[in-house]
Design a protein around this ligand. Structure first.
Ligand code: ACO
Length: 257
């Protein structure tokens, strides 16, 4: 099995499980990952998704044998295949449940896309990241919307072009990882995030993510004021908002906990 999914106590853990190939992903693994995210995304018993990997390394990115072979397909098939990886990244980014990436060891190439498409990432202090594509004569194309969102264009410019290896602490400064901890504390740190996520309203969390996408660009003009006002007006009259506000005022636990 190259991708496994377990669900326990409202947490789905999707595991890249091909450590002999450093969890490099080909078309088959991309299809399995896409399906795994679709499945947990629509599973009402799941509140949080953890994307993790077996072995010493998170992932060596795209399988280079597959990349080379795809380049020999006709233009249409080549494009369609690349689009499937783009759709995987979008599926993680838009997963209806919060996604935490748990990263140890190397996370190269496309692996950085998986991590930056997740809502948050916890890295072991041995983690190292690299946008190695240019060394292979290619570019970090389908992952770029998520990586540039995390790094910002100026830092992305450097690391896209130099393919320097980024150590864990630097990755945290750059916005790739939210936390860096000793590897032995990786699970504990992920559990802390899981616990924090379980305390929030599930709909509110996804609305919060959508809100950030809306406000991160664009003028703070009347349209922005109207939009943000509409969002809070809608959320506080919704059943989840009413439940959360009432639970606080009535000194009880909200029904999603
Ligand atoms: N694709 C296919 N096979 C891979 C890949 C990959 N991306 N990465 C590693 N492997 C294979 C190796 O060929 C090797 O196979 P073998 O046992 O049959 O010889 C095996 O995995 C182990 O690889 P090592 O390099 O020996 O592992 P090590 O632990 O020393 O290093 C590391 C791990 C740093 C991840 C290294 O393998 C590496 O640099 N891989 C390439 C990473 C890369 O540049 N990825 C970007 C791909 S492009 C993209 O994602 C769009």
């Amino acid at each position: 099995m190259s991708v496994t999914t377990t669900i326990d106590a409202k947490v789905a853990r999707i595991t890249l499980d091909n450590p002999d190939k450093r969890n490099a992903f080909d078309d088959r693994i991309i299809a399995s990952l896409t399906e795994a995210f679709e499945t947990v995304g629509s599973d009402d018993s799941v509140r949080v998704v953890v994307l993790q990997a077996a072995g010493k390394h998170f992932s060596a990115g795209a399988d280079l044998n597959w990349m080379r072979a795809m380049g020999k397909l006709d233009a249409r098939q080549n494009q369609d295949d690349a689009l499937r990886l783009a759709r995987l990244m979008q599926g993680i980014d838009q997963c209806p449940k919060p996604v935490i990436a748990r990263v140890q060891g190397a996370a190269f190439g496309g692996a950085l896309g998986l991590i930056c498409a997740a809502d948050m990432a916890v890295a072991a202090d041995n983690a190292r990241f690299c946008l190695s594509e240019v060394k292979l004569g290619i570019i970090p194309a389908v992952i770029s919307p998520y990586v540039v969102r995390a790094l910002g264009p100026r830092q992305a410019n450097r690391y896209f072009m130099t393919a320097e290896v980024i150590p864990a602490q630097r990755a945290m400064q750059l916005g790739i990882a939210h936390e860096v901890v000793p590897e032995a504390q990786l699970d504990e740190s992920v559990d802390q995030l899981v616990s924090a996520l379980l305390s929030g309203g599930p709909q509110a969390q996804i609305e919060a993510r959508n809100l950030i996408e809306r406000v991160k660009t664009g003028a703070i003009d009347q349209a922005m004021l109207n939009d943000t006002a509409e969002r809070i007006a809608r959320l506080r009259t919704g059943s989840e908002g009413q439940e959360g506000l009432s639970a606080f005022l009535e000194k009880r636990t909200p029904n999603w906990r």
